[in-house]
Design a protein around this ligand. Structure first.
Ligand code: PLP
Length: 432
């Protein structure tokens, strides 16, 4: 099918996420991607674009890593799907054991789901049901940070701390307790968090945070000591701590899991995105022995939740191979000099006129343009400049950032960083 026909069908029928559709249909000339490999996307006209955000943080090992594609093919030859109710299979069993051994916090029990949002839902429901049937039924609230992003389902939206994303759904869902992240920096945020937990411990099921980086809320980075402080206060009041590693996992912030920066063991952890490196939607929630044991006993104590595709054999087989590639290709170790390249370049970008701040950690580099909020257009002008130069650089409002594959080739990374710099300069000089 030719490009024009694809766009015609798309504009007639596809409802795009986070997209003002009238403007899209009237004005947007979308990228039509036909193929992807490594850090690059290829469009219908044969042009390539460096995937600056790993396709929404998923393709951590790049697109179509040959070992992952081979594992997928091999699994497809024997078993593509089977329910996990009263049935098991080797990919799910092996993957759960591996995640228990090398996942964040070394939590021994693994509940599979489909994506980051469902991994978060599972954590919320586990915490809620746990307290209900273990003597604290009044613990029905969650605490989250302003600026947080935890996903798209109603429960995850309830936790979300960015008002633009939440306000259309106000009233449909309960409100959680929230610690602010604006004035006074993260020290203040965690001080308020601590006060909230102390004051409301009897009502709180869990505190949910993105460790070390608030990702989709603006790539905001904070000190890992604060994750430790959150662990201490929740432990003191016997409240669960949920770490949402959906963005930060699989080496995004340096170590395999962001929890390692802080050296804490949470009660529940959510992992997704890099889970299959963009090959299939799959995720997991890891739970401590204590949480698991709170569901032992009669049928009425079982966890009342299970997605149709939970533990899907294709996804599980690919996810196992992802962990093997991280180990055998020394992905975390080899990313260190790449992270240093990002840090060095963004430090320089911070000196450009019109750039109000830069932040880097591991394979995350972000800068803020002098602009206002998520709906400001400055980031989109940089996006257009980058597209002309061969990069897919979707902004978060006025925040321009890179979160490339963890194993991106040095030459591709340097090209991407050049494109970021040239694109920001182009927009600033046209604004001047
Ligand atoms: C993206 C994201 C989610 C939601 O994941 P989906 O796969 O989009 O459902 C949850 N938490 C964090 C921290 C995320 O970055």
């Amino acid at each position: 099918m030719n490009r024009e026909r694809i766009v015609e069908l798309d504009k007639s029928h596809v409802w795009h996420p986070y997209t003002a559709m009238s403007k899209y249909v009237a004005e947007t000339d979308p990228l039509v991607i036909v193929r992807a490999e490594g850090a690059r996307l290829y469009d219908a006209d044969g042009r390539s674009y460096i995937d600056a955000n790993s396709s929404w943080y998923c393709a951590a090992l790049g697109h179509r890593h040959p070992r992952l594609v081979a594992a997928l093919r091999e699994q497809a030859d024997t078993l593509c799907h089977v329910a996990l109710g009263g049935i098991t299979h080797e990919p799910a069993a092996r993957l759960a054991a591996e995640l228990a051994a090398c996942g964040p916090g070394a939590l021994p029990h693994v509940f599979f789901s489909d994506d980051g949002s469902t991994a978060v839902e599972v954590a919320l429901k586990l915490a809620g049901q746990y307290w209900l049937q273990n003597g604290r039924p009044e613990r029905r609230r969650f605490v989250a940070l302003e600026g947080a992003f935890h996903g798209e389902t109603l429960g995850a939206t309830l936790l979300g701390g960015v008002d633009v994303f939440r306000r259309a759904f106000a009233g449909l869902i309960g409100e959680c307790l929230r610690a602010p992240t604006d004035a006074g920096g993260y020290e203040r945020t965690f001080a308020v968090l601590s006060e909230l937990v102390s004051a409301h411990a009897d009502e709180i099921a869990a505190v949910v945070i993105e460790p070390v980086v608030q990702g989709a809320g603006g790539m905001r980075i904070y000190d890992s000591a604060l994750v430790r402080a959150a662990r201490e206060i929740t432990a003191r009041h016997d409240v669960f701590l949920v770490l949402d590693e959906v963005f930060t996992g699989y080496g995004r912030t340096g170590p395999m899991w962001a929890a390692e920066h802080a050296g804490v063991t949470p009660d529940l952890v959510c992992v997704a995105k890099g889970f299959t490196s963009g090959i299939l939607p799959m995720a997991a929630t890891l739970a401590s022995r204590r949480v698991f044991e709170g569901f032992l006993g009669g049928a009425e104590r079982a966890f009342l939740h299970g997605h149709t595709f939970t533990g899907n054999p294709l996804g599980a087989r690919v996810a196992l191979e992802v962990l093997a590639v991280y180990r055998e290709e020394r992905v975390i170790e080899l990313a260190q000099p790449k992270a240093a390249r990002i840090a060095a370049r963004f430090a320089r970008l911070g000196e450009l006129a019109g750039v109000s701040g830069v932040r880097t950690l591991g394979m995350v580099g972000a800068l803020d343009l002098n602009a206002r909020g998520y709906l400001d257009q400055a980031g989109w002008r940089v996006y257009e400049e980058a597209r002309r130069r061969g990069a897919y650089l979707r902004p978060l409002g006025s925040t321009v950032y890179v979160t490339p594959p963890i194993n991106i080739a040095d030459a591709d990374l340097d090209e991407l960083l050049d494109i970021v710099e040239d694109s920001v300069r182009a927009v600033q000089s046209s604004a001047a």
